[in-house]
Ligand binder design. Sequence first.
Ligand SMILES: Nc1ncnc2c1ncn2[C@@H]1O[C@H](COP(=O)(O)OP(=O)(O)OP(=O)(O)O)[C@@H](O)[C@H]1O
Ligand SMILES: [Mg+2]
Length: 268
Amino acid sequence: MATPLLEVNGIEVIYNHVILVLKGVSLQVPEGRIVALLGGNGAGKTTTLRAVSNLLAGERGEVTKGSITLRGERIEKLTTADMVERGVIQVMEGRHCFGHLTIEENLLTGAYTRKDGKAAIQATLEKVYAYFPRLKTRRHSQAAYTSGGEQQMCAIGRALMANPKMVLLDEPSMGLAPQIVEEVFEIVKDLNTKEGTTFLLAEQNTHMALRYADYGYILENGRVVMDGEARALAENEDVKEFYLGMGGGDRKSFRDVKSYKRRKRWLA
Ligand SMILES: Nc1ncnc2c1ncn2[C@@H]1O[C@H](COP(=O)(O)OP(=O)(O)OP(=O)(O)O)[C@@H](O)[C@H]1O
Ligand SMILES: [Mg+2]
């Protein structure tokens, strides 16, 4: 089997030297795919993305066990800048645009690490506008006065300005109307198909994520409790019950089901 682009192997993450948050998370992201990282509040999705993009240090977090490899290279000791250089970039939760800059100025800040000159950067900018026509319309508007959807698009567009191979996308649906969420996901899929950009996508919106992803991992309390092809996950009875709101029961989590029963159902 080919080496996956990204491989996370049994990582533990501790914040502030004492708070154990990830308890042995493993996952693989093959090149050119969209992989979803699912789970509720506090499951560890953001922490997993931060571990990959090396953004943990700023949060007083640390990978204390396991390994992370990108194209076979160990990356746990690298910096965020090293990761950007290797084509891996994270779009943070909550759309971090610079409110006082225009949309276009925001996009251009994403190209700051590039050394291939103005013309190449301009060409990428035009490409971003082609994927996000709304951003082109709003190019001269101050970001603070654009809509939540436009700010999310701006955050993704800014990441694309670095010409990434892989984008770590944290909760792109957060706070957006369903129609806008769909628009954002359609663009992600388009980028994946046409540019071959690989995505690792953290989402609480299981329904939407499984519609667009190829493969999914479900995190609970810092552990992967289930993984599989997106289509299979979307049809799994437990996933339907706990994450797609199709069950009638009171149970809110996989943890509430006796593990033997879970095993039986998962293996069935
Ligand atoms: N900087 C931090 N310092 C200490 N604990 C943290 C820090 N960041 C996150 N945590 C804790 O780690 C756990 C996992 O958080 P994380 O943000 O990774 O979850 P998440 O799956 O992204 O949740 P959400 O869907 O709410 O964004 C939570 O219990 C959270 O309180
Ligand atoms: Mg999060």
